[in-house]
Structures are given as structure tokens and as C-alpha cells.
Design a protein around this ligand. Structure first.
Ligand SMILES: [Zn+2]
Length: 284
């Protein structure tokens, strides 16, 4: 095992020697594609059991497990989605993601990242020595175990808070049972809305309940949404820098008072923006 590790380290050094081809500070998964193709986490279907709790709705269970209600209805031969009872056993499709181990990572770090336990990872991957991981190693992560990944490792970027204000609604299922795919930040009407990260404008205009909406594409499948704006100051296809003003806070669309509805999506799937907003703020 030691020899194998040495070999991998040696190989990594050789690859690193060619890293002038890549931006400084590129992560391992950014330079690996040059040598071997990086596969985005592949979701494989597997089933798991879920016991219905008091206060659950099919909607809530569907959101928590990142499946749609129809899939749950079909898998469990349920005709009336309003009729589920506490204690009922449901079959839910779980997913496994593939994680490419980065330099310096250990099982604890990876477990926290996906909200699974170290034991889950050890069991899933048949690891005989959990202390021995090497960069480039592939791990299968059974994310269904605890209701979905915190953030997708491959699409994670540190984002800036898009506007100065206070959080009035978080990500997840609201009290009325409806899913909320973003966060709401209450701010003054006309306050600047800034790009959470450098990117390209892939949508700018009115969009139904979103009101005036800007969507930025940051590459690697990551997009951010800025909704209910009063004014948009960028155009379709514009390139913007992180922190650049792209719009003004408003209350257009389905909104009750000026606020920014902010979403983070990876490959179209919404993730909790709070898990991304670790970027350093900016002076207003
Ligand atoms: Zn919202």
C-alpha cells in the first residue's frame, strides 16, 4: 500500500510539473481531465426505505430525496398523494454520487461535504483502511442516506452574497409544504444586486412569477438566479465579474415587498445557496 501511495505521489508530481498549462491554484479535478477524463458524478438508481413521519407530505419527502412526486407515486403504487400516514413505509429512489478525492482530503471532510457518515463511506466503498485515501481515488457516496448532498463537489464554487440585506426565507420546504428553491434576502428597493461569481448572462428579462430575472452561467454546470428585480443593468450574453452590479432589488413577479430571491443550481438542480455563500463580502 505504501508503495502504491508513493507511486501515485510520483505520478502526481509529474502531472503537476505540467501545470503551467492550467490556471494557478487549479484544483485537482480541473487538471485531471488532461490526463484522464473527469466524469461528473454519475447518479445510479438504487432504492431505499423511508418511514413516513408526523407532518410529512409527499411533496416534502420528494424534495428531501430530490425526486419528483410522480416517481414516488409510481414506485409505491399510491393513487392519492394526499393520503400518506405516519409509520407508512415508502420506497424512495436514492442516488450514489461519485467523488474524486482531492489532495488533502480525508474521509471526515468528504463525509461532511455530502452529509453522510464516515461509516457510510467505509461500507459503501469496502475500505479496509479508511486513513488511506489518495488524490484521484474515486469514492461512491450514498447520498440518499441522509437526504441528499450538501453541495455537489464538482460544481462547488465560493460565491459572494448577491445583495446587502437580511435573510427572510431559507432553502427547502416552507411551512405551507411548498418547496423553496432559493433564499430570500430582504433589501431596500433599488439596492444593487451583484454577481455572486464571474459568469455570463444567459437570461435577462421578465420570467413569470420570478418577475425580472437574471440568470448567470458560471461554467461547470453552475448557474445563479436573481429574481424579483426592479431593473436589470446587464444584457443577454454579457460577461460579468464577481461583485459587478447586474440589477436592482425590486418586487416584480410573485413577491410581497422588495427582496431578492437568489438560487444556485448545479446541472439544473437547486442547491442550498447558504452552502455556497462563503465568499468574502464587499464594501457597499
Ligand atoms: Zn424566494
Amino acid at each position: 500500500m505504501f508503495l502504491k501511495r508513493l507511486l501515485v505521489t510520483g505520478l502526481a508530481s509529474v502531472l503537476l510539473a505540467g501545470s503551467y498549462l492550467y490556471p494557478a491554484g487549479a484544483r485537482l479535478d480541473e487538471w485531471i481531465p488532461a490526463d484522464r477524463p473527469y466524469e461528473y458524478p454519475a447518479a445510479r438508481t438504487l432504492s431505499s426505505r423511508y418511514v413516513v413521519k408526523e407532518g410529512d407530505s409527499l411533496w416534502k419527502i420528494a424534495v428531501e430525496h430530490r425526486v419528483d412526486v410522480d416517481t414516488l407515486l409510481e414506485l409505491n403504487s399510491i393513487r392519492n398523494p394526499d393520503y400518506i400516514r405516519p409509520g407508512q413505509l415508502l420506497t424512495v429512489p436514492g442516488i450514489r454520487l461519485q467523488h474524486l478525492v482531492q489532495e488533502g482530503e480525508n474521509l471526515t471532510v468528504i463525509a461532511v461535504m455530502y452529509r453522510v457518515t464516515v461509516a457510510d463511506l467505509v461500507r459503501e466503498n469496502g475500505l479496509d483502511n479508511p486513513d488511506r485515501l489518495f488524490p484521484g481515488q474515486r469514492l461512491s457516496v450514498p447520498v440518499h442516506a441522509h437526504g441528499g448532498p450538501a453541495v455537489p463537489a464538482a460544481g462547488w464554487k465560493s460565491l459572494l452574497m448577491p445583495t446587502a440585506g437580511h435573510l427572510t426565507s431559507g432553502f427547502g420546504v416552507r411551512e405551507d409544504g411548498q418547496p423553496h428553491y432559493g433564499i430570500d434576502i430582504a433589501a431596500d428597493h433599488g439596492a444593487p444586486v451583484r454577481a455572486a461569481e464571474a459568469g455570463r448572462v444567459v437570461f435577462a428579462g421578465p420570467a413569470g412569477t420570478f418577475g425580472l430575472l437574471v440568470i448567470l452561467d458560471h461554467g461547470d454546470g453552475l448557474t445563479t438566479y436573481y429574481a424579483h428585480c426592479s431593473e436589470i443593468t446587464v444584457s443577454y450574453q454579457d460577461r460579468v465579474n464577481a461583485g459587478e452590479i447586474i440589477a436592482r432589488v425590486g418586487s416584480t413577479g410573485r413577491s410581497f415587498g422588495p427582496h431578492l430571491h437568489f438560487e444556485v443550481r448545479w446541472n439544473g438542480e437547486p442547491y442550498d445557496p447558504m452552502l455556497y455563500l462563503t465568499g468574502v463580502g464587499y464594501e457597499i
